[in-house]
Design a protein around this ligand. Sequence first.
Ligand SMILES: Nc1ncnc2c1ncn2[C@@H]1O[C@H](COP(=O)(O)OP(=O)(O)OP(=O)(O)O)[C@@H](O)[C@H]1O
Ligand SMILES: [Mg+2]
Length: 399
Amino acid sequence: MTATSSRSYHSPDGLERAVIDLVRVGARGHGGGVKQLASRLMRSVPTGVQDVESFRDALHAAVAAALDATELRYASGSVPTEGDSARPLVDIDPMPDGEGLVLDGQAMAALGEVLMERDRAEDLRRAGAGPSRTVLLSGPPGVGKTMAARWLAQSLRLPLLSLDLSSVVSSYLGTSGRNIKSVLDYAKSGPCVLLLDEFDAIAKRRDDDSDIGELKRIVNVILVELDRWPDTSLLVAATNHPHLLDTAVERRFDRSITFSLPAREQRRTILDHLSTGVDPIDAAVLDLAVELTEGVSSSDLTRVWSLVHRRSILNGSTITAELVKELGRHIRDSGSSRDRLFLTMRDTLGMSNRQIAALVGVSHPTVAAGVKRAEGVLDGKHTDRRSSAAPASRQWGSA
Ligand SMILES: Nc1ncnc2c1ncn2[C@@H]1O[C@H](COP(=O)(O)OP(=O)(O)OP(=O)(O)O)[C@@H](O)[C@H]1O
Ligand SMILES: [Mg+2]
């Protein structure tokens, strides 16, 4: 019996209470408790649920899908640990969250195909094909490779096992080969998504003579495993440096997906997501932010957002104001976007030319000239939406 059994969900706030109880039991990692609570909710549907039948069906499907994951997490053998210590070699996330992943059409379609293959795995097997078992994700830092592994696991309703190869290779050298083998064996013991993060770590140290023997062992272990990986689990490897990988290693993957820095459209979507549910942002400022963040990674964009959000709370100001200031601090170009930013700072934030100049690091006549040009463009109703922004600083969010 769970600690929640004495509570009734037949009250006006029944639904909220049920959600909170589920989260509380789930947060303790108590798989049995979650299932128990779910069965109770199926038997006695909380007040506030609109469509009782679909609610029951959805709960039932969720519990059924979790059975495999629970089995892996709680029943099938213990999590491999480092030597005699209790330190687990692999991080296990039973309920991964990749919500809000934004990628270009090609990368998203490729990930969608991986899911579709899993969905129709039986059809593929019958035809002698089978779904993709191993996927290599490559791209610059902060574009969502790790997040995509979470997204895949969440979409497949599987637990995510993550192994950071760079830390395994550097801290456990000597026993790395054995450690990696035990994690791979564990991952194969039940359906899951296994993320081998910083995958290039196994290639990077190739030039380091002292490690060469151990490294060869590790590469061999992984090559063998890639070839015979079962299609019940999905192996995802992520790297920032695909060029460091042996072509023999890269060719072993069923699929290779390349992620790029977010283009204007993706930056817009990420900022739209982030600004949902907070105080409304000035639309013109959001446009400027999209334009002026060319070359900025999705991760840095998210960090900048968190930074300006926190500042707006601490300073009692608006996110719009803090965002404009942050854009001002980082702007590197001298084109029409900067002129519009000057104009916005003056009109929306009421800043003087001198204040703007101090923030951006230019002279105040430069600001005055920029404001004039921007006003001229607006007066002439010639709205130049093209960005002349040079790639912005990569230091976003670090201030
Ligand atoms: N494509 C994306 N869509 C939405 N948010 C993203 C995206 N990429 C990164 N982020 C945000 O940045 C955070 C860090 O991203 P993530 O760790 O997935 O990047 P990465 O490509 O694995 O980087 P690294 O190469 O440094 O490991 C995410 O948790 C998320 O908040
Ligand atoms: Mg990563």
